[in-house]
Design a protein. Structure first.
Length: 207
């Protein structure tokens, strides 16, 4: 029986932990929350998803004995010049709930016609073997859809209830977990990252 490799996720979000572990269910990797190591919060001062992901990863790696994965993700609408973007988790203000962020965005787009409500979920995911790792692995996932003005569905978290996926005639919050994980921005990014990790491990073995 193989021993599962532990990797810390630089997040306290239980939804992300569940989602990523579901995506890793066929691997020997287990992701645990940074909360297990009492990692304090860090200010996300970057101007892009990748900058913020790296800030979170390096910060968490300074407190944890395992490699670290961090992601920065959000929803972006061209009609709003890319907002909420990197501010998705705090769009309604510091400490805002998912519901508050969701309805702030809905209020902003309520009067837009559907063709101007095209949206995309973006995820930048990074892996650091240790805090000062000079060669982080970086993967990106993008999921295209349409932003709705009436939330639908009880699955998922964040902006899932307003993110409509036309080819499935469902919102992200109405999709079954397996379908969501196959399509989602986070699933795309994580699968790319796992592929990079396999290459990295193979190269180390061959040295």
């Amino acid at each position: 029986m193989s021993v599962r490799q532990r990797i810390v996720l630089a997040s306290n979000n239980p939804g992300k932990i569940r989602e990523i572990n579901a995506l890793l269910s066929d691997t020997d990797i287990e992701v645990v929350s940074q909360a297990e190591f009492d990692v304090p919060g860090v200010e996300e001062t970057g101007f892009s998803f990748v900058e913020n992901a790296l800030i979170k990863a390096r910060h968490a790696a300074g407190y944890c004995p395992y490699p670290v994965i961090a992601d920065d993700s959000g929803i972006a609408l061209d009609a709003l010049d890319g907002r909420p973007g990197i501010y998705s988790a705090r769009y309604a203000g510091a400490g805002a709930s998912d519901e508050q962020n969701l309805y702030k965005l809905i209020d902003e787009i309520r009067d837009l016609p559907e063709h101007r409500r095209r949206a995309r979920f973006v995820c930048l995911m990074v892996y650091l073997q240790y805090e000062t790792d000079p060669v982080p692995l970086i993967a990106e996932g993008v999921w295209h859809g349409v932003a709705l003005t009436e939330p639908r569905g009880d699955n998922g978290f964040g902006y899932d209830p307003m993110f409509y996926v036309p080819e499935h005639d469902r919102t992200s919050a109405e999709l079954d977990p397996a379908t969501k994980n196959r399509l989602s921005h986070r699933g795309q990014a994580l699968r790319k990252l796992i592929g990079m990790l396999k290459v990295k491990v193979n190269k180390q073995v061959l040295r």
